[in-house]
Design a protein around this ligand. Structure first.
Ligand SMILES: NC(=O)c1ccc[n+]([C@@H]2O[C@H](COP(=O)([O-])OP(=O)(O)OC[C@H]3O[C@@H](n4cnc5c(N)ncnc54)[C@H](OP(=O)(O)O)[C@@H]3O)[C@@H](O)[C@H]2O)c1
Length: 266
């Protein structure tokens, strides 16, 4: 009997594109991938080129081929251009994508402008549609068994807070995108998995109203925020062949959170 068939490993000949690779969770994903079998990693960034370049240096020091790429998802054409460049510089088609792009402005509903809604919609949802379509269609045309891990949020499931309304609603929409596109691309052996973090200790939560994080952490069963490295290792584990029969679903990594309104008296 061949023991090696039970090893948990990443698909060989891979090239993983980490969108939002310059961010708090994305950068830890890059390192976790580099440590666990990724062969080529492209680190996508929006404005923080320095963070992406520093990560590239670290990943290369660990023996992985690493590249950086500026990502603009505002049109299909710009996304196609970026992907062309990414494939050319790496010399290999993209086989896996982690989408960790997101913004999370916290604005009291009375002050919310429609421009704020547009910004969250464009970055968190419309952009994901653009990159996923361009990349999935490219994989399909080339017969690549691709995998997308889309970082949603538990806010899409259990937050109904007016101050994060557009963020919560767009995260709910991403959970739906994972389901719809999993069905669309399953015949091409392209899978989509959502990962929904709860409270993770990154700069994203700096704009929360005073005291909110402390109150929220008291509700978490494990009574603390998760660290970005914990989220990253979880995301990386989902990319292993142990998850080869998974598509169209979202996993939570949230330290445990009440499923009922915690202030309700039972
Ligand atoms: N932290 C949490 O508690 C938490 C919880 C649940 C879900 N999440 C989700 O996890 C993902 C990563 O969050 P994080 O905590 O790592 O946040 P972060 O540190 O603020 O990182 C956000 C990333 O998104 C990129 N980005 C933002 N706007 C962009 C745009 N228009 N075009 C291209 N890239 C853009 C940023 O790139 P540049 O900096 O290079 O511009 C950065 O790499 C997000 O989807 C977030 O919603 C986070």
């Amino acid at each position: 009997m061949d023991k090696s068939q039970y090893f948990i490993k990443m698909q060989p000949n891979n090239h993983i594109l980490v969108l939002g690779g310059s961010g708090g969770i994305g950068s830890e994903v890059v390192l976790a991938l580099a440590a666990n079998g990724a062969e080529i990693i492209t680190i996508g960034y929006g404005s923080n080129r320095d963070a992406a370049e520093a990560l590239k240096t670290q990943a290369e020091a660990w023996g992985v081929k690493a590249y950086t790429a500026k990502i603009d998802r505002s049109t299909f054409a710009l996304m196609e251009q970026a992907v062309e460049l990414i494939v050319k510089q790496a010399g290999r088609e993209i086989t896996g994508v982690v989408d960790a792009i997101g913004i999370s402005p916290n604005i009291p509903f009375r002050d919310l402008k429609l421009e704020d809604v547009d910004r969250v919609y464009n970055t968190n949802y419309r952009g994901c549609v653009a990159s996923t379509k361009v990349l999935a269609e490219r994989m399909k045309a080339r017969g690549i068994d691709g995998l997308f891990v889309i970082i949603t949020s538990t806010n899409g499931d259990n937050s109904f807070s007016a101050q994060s309304l557009p963020y919560d609603d767009m995260k709910r929409a991403l959970d739906g995108l994972v389901v719809s596109l999993a069905e669309e691309y399953a015949p091409s052996n392209i899978r989509l998995i959502g990962v929904a973090p709860g409270w993770i200790n990154t700069g994203m939560n700096d704009s929360l109203p005073k005291g909110m994080l402390e109150r929220e952490v008291k509700l978490v069963y494990l009574a603390r925020q998760g660290e970005a490295i914990e989220a990253a290792k979880f995301i990386t584990s989902v990319m292993m062949d142990s998850h080869s029969y998974v598509t169209g679903t979202t996993f939570k990594i949230d330290g445990g959170y009440p499923r009922r309104n915690p202030i309700r008296e039972d």
